[in-house]
Design a protein around this ligand. Structure first.
Ligand code: FA5
Ligand code: MG
Length: 387
């Protein structure tokens, strides 16, 4: 893995990363560019997607079934590639421009300046293409500094799908290579949605990714709004060219597994995937797709507002990291509810934080204590002025 040895502040444990046993304390964590908090570091190696009784494992297997049934020439499957990858793999090899926001320390967890926790499974595309794979699925945990609400979590799971076509596949079909790939892609994913959900309300949205053109997102109507469940498109020719496949075209997709599992099992909040509460875990069993999650009584949320004058360096992701660092999974949502700039050019933000446990009632005292700590750290770490 090429990680220098050092003493870690975190409890060391051997874990399986990418099929290789390494000790967690082999991972350098005192690099000045490292921005990975202990709570995120602790999630490395958990591999929820490899547990057959877990909703993510059940979903992964159901998607495998769909591909195995529909493509006699079976897709190659990978689900334990190491989540610690180079900047090159995560960004350069999928043509992410040098100045793209996703590369920033505000969006991505860096182990050191050249190494990240992958922010998408697309990090493995180029290498697998170079190694000669022409149709494959890569499932894994991915990491992002992000907002806090019921459909966003800083650690989540994706499945990458890639299919390469040879000239034979589209010649004589009456369409050009790109349209052939785009049509096949949409057909494949609509079929997958039918396989998983039967009927469900969904729509295609045009979008942009550096590594595909054209690019699309699929949204599903869930909990009274449109929820984005995947990104996909026709692979940029440059990526194929670099892997020696000048005459081919390909499609690629990145499925958001939590979001799909939320629709499939009617799971209302993304934090539940990490729950060890038996009232959650006992509801799922290997291979069982039809089942709907029965929510154990919903405990009341508690809302706390805080207003402050922001500084130039203020970002919402940094705020969310502070809140998660203190409240952990008790933080249900962080939402900007007011935003104005005064005559002097100072900008004020008011955020509403919702606290709620999925498992028990919280006491006023407990919540007040959390909120005080949040206020303190927001002021000290984010260089804002509380109002
Ligand atoms: C990507 O990550 C692209 N790599 C997907 C892709 C692959 C496009 C191949 C083209 C070709 P995006 O950032 O939109 O795209 O994330 C993909 C999916 O991950 C989203 O649609 C959503 O379902 C899920 N997702 C993104 N952020 C989060 C989050 N914080 N929590 C949970 N799920 C998330
Ligand atoms: Mg997206």
């Amino acid at each position: 893995h090429g990680h220098k040895k050092r003493q870690s502040s975190v409890v060391a444990s051997a874990l399986e990363l990418g099929g290789v046993k390494i000790s967690k304390d082999e991972i350098v964590r005192d690099d000045p560019t490292n921005n990975i908090p202990d709570t995120i570091f602790a999630k490395l190696g958990m591999q929820l997607h490899r547990r057959n009784q877990h909703p993510l494992g059940i979903l992964k297997n159901a998607i495998y079934d769909y591909f195995d049934t529909n493509y006699p020439d079976k897709f190659d499957k990978f689900d334990d590639l190491c989540p610690i990858v180079s900047v090159r793999q995560n960004f350069d090899e999928v043509l992410v421009p040098a100045d793209h926001v996703s590369r920033s320390y505000n969006d991505t967890y860096y182990v050191d300046s050249q190494t990240v926790l992958r922010c998408h499974t697309s990090a493995h595309q180029a290498e697998l293409l170079r190694n000669g794979h022409t149709h494959f699925l890569v499932t894994g945990d991915v990491y992002r500094r992000d907002s806090i609400d019921s459909t966003h979590y800083p650690v989540f799971h994706q499945m990458e799908g890639v299919r390469v076509f040879a000239p034979n596949d589209w010649e004589g079909s009456g369409t050009d290579a790109t349209s052939h790939a785009a049509e096949d892609l949409k057909k494949c994913l609509e079929g997958l949605a039918r396989h998983l959900f039967g009927g469900v309300e969904m729509r295609w949205v045009d979008t942009y990714f550096p590594f595909t053109n054209p690019s699309f997102e699929l949204e599903i109507y869930f909990q009274d709004q449109w929820m984005e469940v995947l990104g996909c498109g026709v692979t940029e020719q440059e990526i194929l060219k670099r892997s020696g496949k000048t005459d081919n075209v390909a499609w690629a997709v990145g499925l958001g597994l939590e979001r799909l599992a939320m629709v499939l099992f009617d799971i209302p909040d993304i934090r539940l995937f990490w729950s060890t509460d038996e009232r959650f875990t006992s509801q799922f069993s290997s291979g069982q797709l039809g089942l709907k999650f029965k929510t154990f009584s919903k405990y009341p949320p508690c809302y706390k507002d805080m207003s402050f004058w922001i500084s130039d360096s203020f970002t919402e992701n940094n705020l969310c990291e502070v809140v998660r660092g203190i409240a952990g999974d008790l933080a249900e949502e962080v939402k900007l509810i007011d935003n104005f700039t005064n005559k002097k050019g100072m900008t004020s933000h008011c955020y509403r934080i919702a606290y709620r446990s999925m498992e028990r009632s919280l006491t006023d005292e407990e919540i007040n204590d959390l909120q005080w700590k949040v206020r303190e750290q927001v002021e000290n770490k984010l260089k804002v002025v509380l109002r």
